[in-house]
Design a protein around this ligand. Sequence first.
Ligand code: B12
Length: 356
Amino acid sequence: MLRSFRKSLPTALTIALACVAFSATLLRAQTSVPGPLTVETKEIVDETGRTLHVPVSIERIVSLAPSLTETIYALGLQDRLVGDTDYCDYPPDALKKAKVGGAVNPNFEKIAALRPDLVLVTKSINRLDTVRALDTLGIPSYATDPHTVDEIISSTEKLATVLGAPDTGKSLGEDMVRRLAVLQTKLKDVQPSRVLFIVWMEPLISIGKDTFIADALHKAGAISIVDSAKDWPQTNLEEVVRLQPEYLVFAASHSENAARDFDVLASRPGWRILEAVHNRRFAVISEAVNRPAPRIVSAIEELARQLHPEAFSDAPPVPGKDAPPSSTPPPPPQKPASPKNVAEAFPADQECPCAR
Ligand code: B12
């Protein structure tokens, strides 16, 4: 699957670019109506160190990643979003935007036709080829590249500043920081759970230690058993058996169906000897964990609740009201065999938004 993507991409890109260069010329000819001769521009540097020139006021934005689309909405700048990808499904209003194809294989003709002032890309899904193709077309692209949750926050604030909304960015960032601090207080006494985060099933792909997902797990009271310097390392059963994770963690909609994924894994020869599989210890959290955007805080909270329910007991009971008699202390918190009933959460007929 990955191989076929890699093989077909350069050819598709060449054909697409030839068409787009032609259409862009036509478009320029058609739009050469009287108007301001020059647009005032400013110079900005993106998170990968690329310098670009953009209009001082950025009014037309195309997003090439669900995370960036979510960030634009979280900043309240959605009216400026003129196009996004087939995978941009949150918030639901993002589905109504003009679609420019996939994140990995966008349609450059569609992008050019939307006349964006700026295209937003991120290293956590978009390809260098895409950025180069946009450069060839003279369309500026701003890339983000956060590797930790804190960097997601600073990246959000920086993008807000680039788009002329620094105050909104700052208050959004402060809200994320505050929610994470509340969570850390709740989790201060928990023992981190050792987990295998499953990015992809075939081949088995997990996360490296320098990814924003590894940091998100950490903030949720978990630690990835995979200790790789590669961002998206392939692993295998032998390695996983050796490391014996306490839980398997799936994101709801990266692979096609998380509930099915667990059952597929569990039915594979050898996987039953994993204690987590034997005891059906797995967590399914929102796809937001795969997206370096403000909603990742909700995914972190969600995972923390599933792995450490004991840390989320409600406010202490008021003495003499709901409290049990002092002679019968409350039972110790029990970890559920499965943090969530996945089959219930993801019925078999529910299609994944990123289904191939
Ligand atoms: C690992 C993986 C991820 C990782 C990171 C992906 C990545 N960087 O490639 C994570 C978990 C973050 C991820 C997230 C998502 N993914 Co994913 N993911 C994969 C997977 C399993 C492997 C991809 C891979 O091998 N990556 C390794 C290499 C290619 O990536 P890399 O090491 O980061 O290196 C690249 C970048 O650094 C970039 N780069 C290098 N220099 C520069 C410089 C600049 C400026 C830029 C912009 C980029 C750039 O180019 C490098 C390679 O060319 C594929 C499925 C498959 N088996 O192929 C799906 C896949 C790519 N994902 C997919 C999808 C749909 C998603 C999500 C939208 C899922 C969701 N519903 O949320 C999110 C989007 C995240 C976002 N930012 O919004 C689709 C994309 C479909 C498409 N046509 O666009 C695929 C093909 C799966 C599928 N079939 O549905 N994914």
